[in-house]
Write a protein that binds this ligand. Structure first.
Ligand code: PEP
Length: 259
């Protein structure tokens, strides 16, 4: 069974609920019926409910960009898994480099959030990736290996079936610089090897590993044709209906050629 190509849009801190409804409507219109590619949109918390309404009865799924590692209580400003589930959220992005860099998220925090998500039937999209300085120092594999081992510790084999990984080289996020398909494939193959060491080769073979970092309509086909690249986590290009549609179409073409 080939892995299902997944195209996930990370809208970051963009779009009011009103604007988000427009974007979701356009995405549903263009790709909300197809089922070859798993399409996920991740608006800000404030737009989840509105977008849930727009994508109801379509094949588009709803993701959040973060979740608390606590179940409920006196944690001002936090959002729990139960709150997300209640809004029909199915996926959650965890350990994005912006959360690691600006909000001090460590691998231990990413691990706690990943476990909480899995215990509550949310699919975690766990982000890993090296900075430019780390790549220039030749440390990318050491850094990513540690993020994988520490971020994914203690997950049962049954839970692991749900995990999605996103490789996002920090130097390629929002910069217009994309890893070459060969650079990305090298890291994806390495990640699959690390997953095999953690969970066995069979499970590693089934796990989706997305690429993120300035993926755009004009470079998606080449990236998605690589053997270990199973989709994309998209920032900037997820904010325009036409671009996001083109990325899903590139995903459908890749799915057909990998079938
Ligand atoms: C992201 O932040 O997840 C991302 C990949 O952003 P961009 O596509 O804008 O580089």
């Amino acid at each position: 069974m080939p892995r299902t190509i997944t195209i996930a849009g990370n809208w970051k801190m963009n779009k009011t609920a009103t604007e988000a409804a427009e974007l979701a409507k356009g995405i549903v219109q263009n790709v909300g019926r197809q089922t070859e590619v798993s399409v996920v949109v991740c608006p800000p918390f404030t737009a989840l409910q509105t977008v849930a309404g727009e994508i109801a009865n379509s094949s588009v799924r709803l993701g959040a960009q973060n979740v608390s590692d606590k179940p409920s209580g006196a944690y001002t400003g936090e959002v729990s898994v139960a709150m997300l589930r209640d809004l029909h959220v199915t996926h959650v992005i965890l350990g994005h480099s912006e959360r690691r860099e600006y909000y001090g998220e460590t691998d231990a925090i990413v691990n706690r959030k990943t476990l909480v998500a899995l215990e509550n039937a949310l699919i975690p999209i766990v982000c890993v990736g090296e900075t430019l300085a780390q790549r220039e120092a030749g440390e990318e594999f050491a850094v990513i290996g540690r993020q994988i081992r520490d971020g994914l510790a203690g997950i049962s084999p049954a839970q692991f079936e749900k995990v999605i990984i996103a490789y996002e080289p920090v130097w390629a996020i929002g910069t217009g610089k994309t890893a070459t398909p060969a650079q990305a494939q090298d890291v994806h193959a390495f990640i699959r090897k690390e997953l095999a060491a953690l969970q066995g080769a069979e499970q590693a073979r089934k796990t989706r590993i997305l690429y993120g970092g300035s993926m755009k309509p004009d470079n998606a086909a080449a990236l998605l044709s690589e053997a270990d690249i199973d989709g994309g986590l998209i920032g900037g290009a997820a904010l325009k209906v036409a671009d996001f549609t083109a990325l899903v179409e590139a995903g459908r073409a890749a799915a057909a050629s990998k079938a």
